[in-house]
Write a protein that binds this ligand. Structure first.
Ligand code: 26Q
Length: 814
């Protein structure tokens, strides 16, 4: 048994000092800040180890059904504070460090967050493993330990410049590497058939290998003593002998081959839509799922386990299509390695996988060219073909020889090149397919995969996303958390529906005053952070109007820009008096995929508009534009609690869910939003009076498209819009240079795929309503409190409960 470290201040100090000596080789007086941080993190980590080892054993012994969450991304955010909170060590550690003359806040600030994800999907995975641990669900998260996470964003002349995110360079105290448990993962080569005692079998003769080394992270449940595992894989070259199979044998070539192999886990792809079909990306996907499946089979099952019983023991949840190559890999293991009959193996596979879709954009649906797949994973391609043949045979039986339908449903697309449709493969293989918000799931069934919905009644379901209240309320907003606990007791952190109890407090003037004070304090904290981080001076007393999310045309940051330019132009043209305008600070946070030219131009424009607006005395004290670079989880935890207004303004039918929208509402920001994604559910819950709705509905969008959308007509007919666009086109934000933002202007006027101009008028009217509402501070506060009270539904604990009830059927361990 591993001793549980002492949970007293003295014990903590002793352990901390010992870690300084033994882990860092320094004394307290010679320790660098990083030494102190590492020693502190190690102290907290060691405290978790005993429980962790116990939980690993318990999960194995119980032989209960568990979840393997397969995700190419985990956007974890900083670990220290979360782990202190989960283990109730915050006060002890604070005091212990103080007694050593160290301010624990300085330690918190030193941690580099592991940014192993792009945005919503990766952060969702992180919230889910937090909830799984907190709810004692037998589970493990599998992913990739990227050496470089999402790039660090800087601005040079207002334009995005990407820097590598070398998050590991100062040490990584939260992980345990297990090189001795490495597995060999193969690629390339060819397939062959052979005679196995009268049975003809297929097998894969791979061309080259890499080692997959597991790195384990502890995922503590909140105050429940549970610790789950997140296992991330790192690619390491195999020894020289194996490498020689792959290369000609000379030294330089061998080193090159090593680099090639280790590239697999080198860097996170910073695209979060329009996948490029890059070979390395497919290598990453296969690398991590092959290692994860092998890991599960080797370590979670007892020797001699009857594989036909696998559906009673495991469900592999596919986080989007990124891990879908797991399906043919699982079949390959069962059929080629375990010598199971194809039909029996397929039966099992169809019960062991479930697929979550996170998009509606057709260009975001992953496809792999048959050429590439066949070259990298020849046996898997054969298996996919066989799955498809059997599937299409079933389709023919049901619908007859409807060739159009067959072509539409085929896992193999023929145009523009022969390729594998990963979403179709996932749908055919999965026991369930879910969307991530009610509207999204409905559109998924009706628009994206209607033939499949008809073919597989009951397969499609919804699980609305959620966020962890531990990180995004308790930790990020301690002031509000304290207020809630004073009002309702502490149970809300694991039972977020209890926030309903705040409804009556919305009527209590004293509670409202305290809430307003918390919001003001959070704004001061944010101001301090932005001053220290970026040298910004946030104006006092302004409404904080926030849009933070990846930069995408469908999310419509441009609509926000047009609103800002309109607000500015109305004042400088003298049409509106500055005094009559509500003071606002517009805050943006957004990274653009490095290859996404239009997104980068929009970032440039936001910075350019900010430069002009922030330096024009005519709007001073009224309008301010702040765009801190490198928006990440750490900054989110400061921005969201300070926000008054949450911008969720995607074109209806494009945003699968959104999860930022939930975080804002739970922190008492009001939403201005379209009828899209989870906004729909937020508005239903908080009520129309506490939500600023605008824009076309999804059917209206559809209708305008079919009628023929001409954005220039909206430009012609709306004076405010014309003035705003003309101002941008005139070079007012580019030192008179009309060429810089010309592509944005002509895109809006002549293309505008996401109907920014069509929703402009409605958006501006809604913003005018926001201004009027904000003028009555007390009424605004009441609405903010009601948002909090009514959004308990958006806890990721509830999402996990829905996954358990509708998909996984994995009861919590008691
Ligand atoms: C795929 C192939 C190649 C390279 C990159 C990718 C890739 C990577 C990340 C494709 C998509 C993503 C991420 C998508 C994402 O974050 N989607 C968001 O998921 C959230 C959680 O469900 C939703 O709330 C958002 O609406 C959705 O946009």
């Amino acid at each position: 048994p591993v001793p549980t470290p002492p949970s007293t201040v003295d014990g903590f100090v002793k352990q901390f000092l010992e870690n300084l000596n033994l882990e860092r080789g320094v004394t307290l007086s010679t320790a660098s800040p990083n030494d102190r941080y590492i020693a502190l993190a190690t102290t907290v980590r060691d405290f978790l180890v005993a429980r962790w080892l116990e939980d690993i054993r318990r999960q194995k012994d119980a032989q209960a059904k568990g979840v393997c969450y397969l995700s190419a991304e985990y956007l974890l955010g900083r670990q220290l504070d979360n782990n202190l909170l989960a283990t109730r060590l915050t006060d002890i550690a604070t005091e212990a460090l103080a007694s050593c003359g160290i301010d624990i806040d300085d330690m918190r600030a030193l941690e580099v967050e592991p940014g192993l994800g792009n945005g919503g999907l990766g952060r969702l995975a992180a919230c889910f493993i937090d909830s799984l641990a907190t709810m004692s669900v037998p589970s493990i998260g599998y992913g990739i330990r990227y050496e470089y996470g999402i790039f660090r964003q800087t601005f040079v002349g207002g334009q995005q410049v990407e820097q590598p995110d070398a998050w590991l360079t100062l040490g990584s105290p939260w992980e345990f590497a297990h090189p001795e448990s490495a597995q060999t993962i193969s690629f390339g080569g060819h397939t062959e058939t052979y005679d196995d005692g009268g049975v003809t079998r297929s097998r894969w003769v791979p061309g080259w290998n890499v080692q997959a080394v597991p790195y384990n992270y502890m995922v503590p449940g909140y105050h429940n003593g549970r610790v789950n595992t997140l296992r991330l894989w790192r690619a390491v070259a195999t020894d020289a002998f194996d490498l020689r199979i792959f290369n000609s044998g000379d030294y330089e070539e061998a080193v090159r081959a090593q680099t090639y192999a280790e590239n697999i886990s080198k860097v996170l792809y910073p695209e979060d839509s329009t996948p490029q079909g890059k070979e390395l990306r497919l290598q990453q996907q296969y690398f991590f799922v092959a290692a994860s499946i092998r890991d599960f089979l080797d370590h979670m099952l007892t020797p001699g386990f009857d594989l036909s019983k696998l559906p009673d023991r495991v469900i592999f949840q596919l986080n989007d299509t990124h891990p879908v190559i797991a399906v043919p890999e699982f079949m390959r293991v069962l059929v080629d390695e375990e010598h199971m009959e194809w039909d029996a193996a397929w039966e099992i596979t169809q019960q062991c996988f479930a697929y979550t879709c996170h998009t509606l954009l057709p260009e975001a649906l992953e496809v792999w060219s048959v050429e590439l797949l066949g070259r990298l994973l020849p046996r898997h391609l054969e298996i996919i073909y066989r799955i498809n043949d059997a599937f299409l045979e079933e389709v023919r039986e049901r619908f007859g020889d409807d060739e159009m339908r067959i072509r539409n449903m085929s896992i193999i697309a023929e145009f523009p090149e022969r390729s594998v449709r990963m979403a179709y493969l996932a749908t055919v293989a999965g026991a369930k397919v879910n969307g991530v918000a009610e509207l999204h799931s409905q559109l998924l069934r009706e628009k994206v995969l209607p033939d499949f919905d008809e073919f597989y009644p009951g397969k499609f379901t919804n699980v609305t996303n959620g966020v962890t209240p531990r990180r995004f309320l308790r930790l990020a907003n301690p002031g509000l958390a304290g207020l809630i606990t004073d009002a309702l007791g502490a149970g809300w952190t694991v039972d977020l529906e209890r926030l309903r109890g705040l409804e009556s407090f919305a009527e209590d003037p004293e509670f409202r005053a305290r809430f307003a004070e918390v919001k003001a304090a959070n704004k001061r904290v944010l101001s301090d952070v932005l001053r220290a981080r970026d040298g910004f001076e946030v104006s006092d007393g302004h409404m904080l109007d926030v849009m933070v999310k990846r930069l995408h045309e469908y999310k419509r940051q441009m609509l926000k820009v047009l609103h800002i330019v309109t607000s500015y132009e109305r004042i400088v043209s003298g049409r509106v008096k500055a005094e009559d305008v509500q003071g606002r600070a517009f805050i943006f946070g957004a990274k653009a995929a490095p290859g996404y030219a239009m997104a980068k131009r929009i970032i440039h424009l936001i910075n350019a508009v900010g430069e002009v607006v922030n330096n024009d005395p005519r709007v001073e004290g009224r309008l301010q534009v702040l765009f801190p670079p490198n928006y990440n989880v750490t900054l989110a935890e400061r921005v969201i609690p300070a926000a008054d207004l949450s911008e969720q303004i995607s074109l209806a039918g494009k945003e699968a869910s959104g999860t930022g929208n939930m975080k804002f509402a739970l922190n008492g920001a009001l939403t201005i939003g379209t009828d899209d994604g989870a906004n729909v559910e937020i508005r239903e819950l908080v009520g129309d009076d506490n939500f600023f709705l605008f824009g076309m509905t999804e059917p209206e969008v559809e209708e305008l498209w079919t009628r023929g959308y001409k954005p220039a007509e909206f430009y012609q007919q709306d004076e405010d819009l014309r003035r705003a666009i003309d101002l941008i086109a005139s070079g007012a934000f580019s030192n008179g240079d009309r060429t810089v933002f010309e592509p944005i202007v002509s895109n809006l006027l002549y293309d505008d795929r996401f109907m920014v101009l069509a929703d402009y008028a409605s958006y501006i009217r809604a913003q005018d309503r926001v201004d009027a509402a904000y003028a009555d501070q007390d009424a605004w506060t009441k609405a903010a409190i009601l948002n909090i009270a009514r959004c308990g539904f958006f806890s990721s604990d509830r999402s996990i409960r829905d996954y358990i009830d509708r998909i996984w059927h994995t009861p919590p361990m008691l």
